[in-house]
Design a protein around this ligand. Sequence first.
Ligand code: AMP
Ligand code: GLY
Length: 415
Amino acid sequence: MTHTVLVIGSGGREHALAWALGRDPEVAVHIAPGNPGTAAVGTNHPVDAMDGAAVAALAVELGADLVVVGPEAPLVAGVADDVRAKGIPVFGPSGAAAMLEGSKAFAKEIMEAAGVPTADARLCVSMDEVVAALDEFGAPYVVKDDGLAAGKGVIVTDDRDAAIRHAAGCRRVIVEEYLDGPEVSLFALSDGEHVLPFEPAQDFKRVGEGDTGPNTGGMGAYTPLPWAPEGLTAQVVRTVIQPTVDELRRRGTPFVGLVYAGLALTSRGVRVVEFNCRFGDPETQPLLTRLQTPLYEVLYAAATGSLGDHAPLEWGSGAAVGVVVAAQGYPASPRKGDPITGADAEGVFHAGTALDASGQLVSAGGRVLTVVGTGTTLAEAREAAYAKVAGITLPGGFHRSDIALAASRTGRDDD
Ligand code: AMP
Ligand code: GLY
């Protein structure tokens, strides 16, 4: 029997989801709105991801067995609720549960109630409060916009004036304690009650080599992490993810979808840096490349409340490295409309791409492609990824050349 899946979104994460779902001969993949990359692995539909009524109508029309909502903006806007109201299983939290990502203040409240370790923080609604909180915690200063900001609402700086200027541009502001130590992205599927973890990955957030320059949505990622402490995943499930899922269920807003825990492994233990309510981008591209468990079956189990006695996810024994190719000017003001060549190779996931009037593939966003290489070791996977990057042309485009470099050389994190 063929299963029909509708994936909502148009980024690199959605291309990877559609690709991984489509590896299964029993799955027919549809994407709305998708991008030129997803068109190669499924059928694109020109429906706006933010239009819940239109998404629900498309799911009904296709006779979808499962809808997977990829990005945070439609989730926070309640698009999953609109589809669920039609009686169709959805992988992706309700608008209420998506507030775990939609409001950093809400996430802090949940973590406090659930006893989940995170940075000490102050929610500020005036500049006087901001200045007081900055001076309370001291440098390095961490200032976050409370709402969704595509990974760009945060500044971490030693410059007090820059911290104050960033706060002035936000609506509601969180000022928090600086967390030292390597970062880990840990994903877990949740059916609202039970959780099933992924293997850990690491994302490179800063735009420049050596972790310099402004934060971005993510410039590259790799998995597995040779330096991750033994038992990390089980510990994070026990102390972070399960208590968070329990707390949301207790409040009557169960979380059905993917819990993304962004963690810092500090000298005082694991701390949550942020929660996201969906698959991370670009971590998803290398992670799904290594996943061996059929994706449809686990997403469907999560969407229908039946993860309880599911076997652990299975992973390929090798490594995967994803390198983002970004447009000139990213993240401040990415240039669009540049022609791209070489983007149809296996492992090249499209994000900000489009076809122009003549059918030429062109850039259409800040992060244009994520290029994934695999190998038995991280070093081999890096080599494969960068060899594919070298086969791509994008005028003005750039990438970081140090993704997974330290870990592949020394087995340690680059911090
Ligand atoms: P967020 O949007 O909260 O994930 O923040 C984006 C990035 O800013 C994180 O991935 C970290 O690299 C950095 N960051 C956020 N909060 C902190 C913190 N409290 N201490 C140190 N770095 C942080
Ligand atoms: N990789 C960071 C994010 O997805 O938010």
